[in-house]
Design a protein around this ligand. Structure first.
Ligand code: IPE
Ligand code: IPE
Ligand code: MG
Length: 250
């Protein structure tokens, strides 16, 4: 198949089930235009709206977005405040729309210590959309993969201490069940914008066999074409999972 025909074939054909995105480069997008960083974050929210619509149209089942990392608290307080209010505004303004579009919202990350109004909004989004089945939007907020794994380990240790699990019973499969969204499949494709080529503490456990695509555009520039381009690249990859290549017959 030529690249052009692959691109046209995006909708039903070989769509990754779970796409996860590190939405990076808002600040640099703004700086390149002589704008304050916050303007990049605002435009980033628009890119997020486009992406949710596109993912749903394309037939992706799970879209995970990295919106605020455990380490992002180290940014200047004014920027942290702005990112918090953008999240508040996103949920307040977009929740009804997301619900109408049959999007189910899930949130991963540490809830403890968040502003109570933000914690309440996250819970409201999850509860309102719980039964929706078109697209699951996983919002990684106050999320760090090492912290997530440590929290899972704490819960497993408590089970062992209570005698409900033996130390030998703590297999990768069992530990994996204690992660934040263990009922969802691992990401097939992880996309990072901005040209950086690192995971920055995102889904370290779940990314074991994900295909990684790094795009040289800033997050506010991301759109449906960029998502489809990343999927075309994903299809070119040969996933082996440690075994031998499967014959695809194409
Ligand atoms: C991504 O853009 C948004 C968050 C991390 C919250 P950045 O703010 O990291 O933008 P750059 O990487 O500084 O350009
Ligand atoms: C990762 O981006 C976090 C989010 C996109 C929310 P960062 O901009 O925080 O990552 P580093 O600091 O460049 O690794
Ligand atoms: Mg960044």
């Amino acid at each position: 198949m030529s690249e052009a025909s692959l691109a046209i074939a995006v909708p039903p054909f070989d769509v990754p089930r779970h796409v996860a995105i590190i939405m990076d480069g808002n600040g640099r997008w703004a700086a390149a235009r002589g704008l304050p960083r916050v303007e990049g974050h605002r435009r980033g929210v628009e890119a997020l709206r486009r992406t949710v619509r596109a993912a749903s149209d394309i037939g992706i089942s799970v879209l995970t977005i990295f919106s605020f990392s455990s380490e992002n608290w180290s940014r200047p307080p004014a920027e942290v405040r702005e990112l918090m209010s953008l999240l508040r505004r996103f949920i307040r303004h977009d929740l009804a729309d997301l619900h109408r579009s049959h999007v189910r919202v899930r949130v991963i990350g540490e809830r403890e210590g968040l502003d109570p109004d933000i914690a309440a909004l996250l819970l409201e989004a999850e509860e309102l959309t719980r039964e929706n089945e078109r697209l699951t939007l996983v919002v990684a907020f106050n999320y760090g993969a090492r912290q997530e794994i440590a929290r899972a380990a704490q819960r497993v240790a408590a089970e062992v201490a209570a005698g409900r699990l033996t130390a030998q019973g703590v297999t990768a499969e069992v530990l994996g069940r204690y992660l934040d969204a263990s009922d969802l499949p691992d990401p097939d494709l992880i996309i990072r914008t901005s040209g950086e080529q690192r995971l920055s503490n995102f889904l370290l456990w779940q990314a074991a066999y994900s295909e990684l695509v790094f795009l040289p555009i800033y997050w506010p520039e991301f759109d449906r074409a960029a998502l489809e381009g990343a999927i075309v690249e994903y299809r070119r990859r040969e996933r082996r999972f440690g075994g031998l290549a499967a014959k695809t017959g194409s």
